[in-house]
Design a protein around this ligand. Structure first.
Ligand code: HGY
Ligand code: MN
Ligand code: MN
Length: 385
């Protein structure tokens, strides 16, 4: 499979969506079944033995004995682009089709984005032996026809000696430097929290302003503090979703639930900023006569990629005629979870315009060709010992 075919397969999978006209495919949603059907066929045609584990990851194994795992995720954010995650799985299958010198396991993780249940990395955490056992997640696993009792068997096999992930950069760094590829040195830490403001719904016309417990006004004030604190502290913090109840034009909001996504390359700075934002939410709630709840949904410390694998990757990039530019990843990836168990490395492909988590997300065919060449060289040099 050449670069054109890799891109074509990503666009084929983009057709499987929860939202006609958009690319939206959350954890174990119905279109994921169609994706599994297609990916299984491609994996079997490449000579892999294919299975779907109890966390919904589709896994293809080529050969036997000590092996390298190559993977990424098959779920998407709402109204996504066609390459985030999927591209890494398609490149893995393409490298197997080129008959690698040793065993390879290609994994399409069931969930990395954390959209459906507001907890990320459900797929890769099962392989790392740290499964998400949230009731709603287990119910979704059952509804998909899988058995949560089998989750412990999803843990990665002892034969796996390293993990390599190909992924679009999702930011502007490579594009601004006119570079096709980047070697990831570290992935920043990320924490996610839910903040609930519970006030009192009431009549928008008859309730005096001084007698209100307006949950949305409290959330709005706090969201302003999130942005101001992030600018002051030099972290990135995002309130990406806000749920307002009852959500009627003429009713004072009784409830507002805001999500928080906070990231930084230093775990201490991330923890300190989380604490600042939690204290601020509580203070705003008290002053505005609403109740505030804070739920930390997940926290993942920053992770350094394996130096040996990264050095082999950089050498392969150079041997392929490209500058071995090293960079940090502001986006989270399954590699940060697998790195808990095995040496892990990532190769970024340029994101034209730095666009991602958006329908305009692209990847250049010549960059995919370059990545395939680097992957082949990597497999000729690195050994699963
Ligand atoms: O949110 C992220 O960093 C990644 O796209 N899951
Ligand atoms: Mn991704
Ligand atoms: Mn993503």
């Amino acid at each position: 499979m050449d670069a054109h075919a890799v891109i074509h397969r990503c666009l084929t999978l983009a057709r499987y969506t929860e939202e006609p006209g958009h690319i939206t495919r959350r954890f174990l949603s119905p279109p994921m079944r169609e994706v599994h059907h297609e990916v299984r066929r491609w994996m079997e045609e490449a000579g892999m033995r294919v299975s779907v584990d109890a966390a919904g990851n589709i896994r293809g194994v080529y050969g036997s004995g000590p092996r390298l795992m190559i993977g990424s995720h098959l779920d998407t954010v709402p109204q996504a682009g066609a390459f985030d995650g999927v591209l890494g799985v398609m490149i893995g299958i393409a490298l197997v089709e080129r008959k690698p010198p040793y065993s390879i396991e290609v994994v399409g993780f069931s969930e990395e984005e954390g959209v459906r249940f507001r907890v990320p990395f459900i797929g890769s955490r099962a392989l790392a032996g740290d499964p998400v056992m949230d009731d709603a997640v287990l119910e979704a696993i059952r509804a998909f026809g899988l058995d949560p009792q089998e989750i412990p068997k999803a843990v990665m096999a002892r034969e796996v000696r390293g993990y390599l992930e190909f992924h679009i950069e999702q930011g502007p760094v490579l594009d601004q430097r006119n570079l096709a590829l980047g070697v990831v040195e570290e992935i920043v830490g990320q924490s996610r929290a839910d903040v609930l403001f519970q006030g009192k719904a009431g009549h928008a016309g008859t309730t005096p302003m001084t007698a209100r417990s307006d949950a949305l006004a409290a959330a709005a004030e706090w969201i302003g503090v999130v942005e101001k604190t992030a600018l002051e502290e030099g972290v990135v913090a995002t309130v990406g979703s806000l749920d307002v109840q009852p959500g009627a034009v003429n009713v004072i909001p009784g409830l507002a639930r805001a999500s928080l996504d906070l990231r930084h390359k230093n775990a201490g700075k991330m923890a300190k900023t989380l604490e600042t934002l939690q204290t601020s939410a509580e203070a705003i709630a008290t002053r505005r006569r609403v109740s505030g709840w804070w739920e930390l949904r997940s926290t993942q410390p920053p992770v350094e990629m394996n130096r040996v694998m990264t050095s082999v990757l950089a050498t392969a990039v150079k041997a392929s005629g490209h500058r071995p530019f090293r960079l940090s990843s502001g986006a989270g990836h399954d590699a940060m979870i697998l790195a808990r168990k095995v040496p892990a490395a990532m190769l970024f492909l340029r994101s034209p315009g730095g666009i991602s988590h958006h329908p305009d997300e692209k990847v250049a065919q010549e960059d995919v060709e370059a990545a395939l060449g680097v992957g082949k060289r990597f497999l000729e040099t690195w050994r699963p010992v």
